[in-house]
Design a binder for this molecule. Structure first.
Ligand SMILES: Nc1ncnc2c1ncn2[C@@H]1O[C@H](COP(=O)(O)OP(=O)(O)OP(=O)(O)O)[C@@H](O)[C@H]1O
Ligand SMILES: [Mg+2]
Length: 333
């Protein structure tokens, strides 16, 4: 039995003129979580769909638990759980009925199917909604039911494609707990995400993908070392004060780094961030901002955004032309 429960080598896939995968290599070690971190269009879903037998690559090979994905897709399907299979959930059935039905389809005895359904409903915070038809569920509830459905059969390998996108922070943490519980239960996980925070929280190893290629493969610790660890983010109440904020942050920057405007995808504009070496900088920054009379609405340490990860790894923004390069204090004044 191989220690590598998922292996992919040289996966290539083209859709019309789009070369979605340019030769992806990755491996998931048994009993671990591999995080696949990348921006929109990086090729995450395409990779997962190939590994889950839903899509044939143009070139390359893949095995799940030593079973060849291209030659024995039916055998692979029995080994995996996959989210995003909305077809598996019936809109008119309740959450509980859906999970019990899937258990029965998987040949679990009725009692076991019901027990597994209750366990999953409880884990995913769906017990109160268990008697409601799936079509009445909110987006977040639906996502959780979907994930629960993929876990009914205690799959050996679980593919989670951006499992927490669109969930609020509390539900995100809950989902992380569920993923950890699955791993403790013996499953191995390939998880795609756009958040370093999430990969850091869950993954044993991370591959960073961009433009259909793996551009880095590291442990969370190693990756954080490479991208400079924590950032201090400051959001002034008045965006007009940003030039002053950038100057204050420049003074506490880690060696060789400078403060930039925060361009993180999806975040509100109007903040500045700087790589720092520890939380000892917080006091001086607060004092300097207070001294300058700059009122702030947000100030905190966080891991790099995906944009920052890419900028550090490649010297270029993720996904090429869609992003602006970070603006430094010098360019603003
Ligand atoms: N069925 C398809 N037909 C045409 N183009 C496709 C198809 N599926 C994916 N693509 C393209 O292939 C590239 C990779 O897409 P993919 O969905 O794998 O990215 P992703 O990393 O999952 O992105 P996201 O974070 O937005 O989910 C993108 O340019 C996408 O537009
Ligand atoms: Mg995707």
């Amino acid at each position: 039995m191989s220690d590598l429960v998922v292996r992919a080598e040289g996966l290539r896939k083209r859709f019309g003129r789009t070369q979605a995968l340019e030769g992806v290599d990755l491996a998931v070690r048994r009993g671990t979580v591999l995080g696949m971190l990348g921006p929109n269009g990086a090729g995450k879903t395409t990779t997962v769909r190939i590994l889950a037998t839903l899509l044939r690559p143009d070139a390359g090979s893949a095995q799940v638990a030593d079973v060849d994905v291209l030659r024995h897709p039916d055998r692979v399907r029995r080994l995996i759980g996959l989210t995003g299979q909305y077809a598996s959930v019936d809109e008119d059935l309740t959450g509980r009925q859906n999970l019990v039905l899937i258990g029965q389809l998987l040949d679990l005895p009725g009692r076991d199917a019901r027990r597994r359904a209750e366990e999953l409903l409880d884990w995913f915070g769906l017990s109160a909604a268990a008697r409601r038809p799936a079509k009445t569920y909110s987006g977040g509830m639906r996502r959780r039911l979907d994930l629960a459905a993929s876990l009914v059969g205690r799959p050996e390998v679980i593919f989670l494609d951006e499992p927490t996108t669109g969930l609020d922070p509390a539900k995100r943490e809950e989902m992380w707990g569920v993923v950890r519980a699955q791993v403790a239960d013996g499953s191995s996980v390939l998880l795609t995400t756009q958040y370093l925070e999430e990969a850091d929280a869950l993954a044993d190893e991370i591959v960073v993908v961009d433009g259909g290629r793996v551009i880095a493969h590291d442990t969370p610790e190693g990756l954080k070392r490479r991208v400079g660890g924590q950032r201090l983010l400051v959001r002034p109440a008045d965006p007009a004060r940003l030039p002053e904020v950038l100057k204050v942050l420049d003074d506490v920057a880690a060696p060789g780094m400078s403060a930039v405007l925060d361009t993180a995808t999806g975040s509100r504009p109007g903040a500045a961030t700087v790589p720092v070496t520890g939380d000892a900088v917080l006091g001086p920054v607060v004092a300097a901002l207070a001294g300058a009379g700059v009122e702030v609405t947000e100030l905190g340490l966080h891991l790099p955004s995906l944009d920052e990860v890419f900028f550090t790894l490649t010297g270029a923004p993720a996904g090429g032309a869609d992003y602006d390069t970070p603006t430094t204090a010098k360019e603003l004044v």
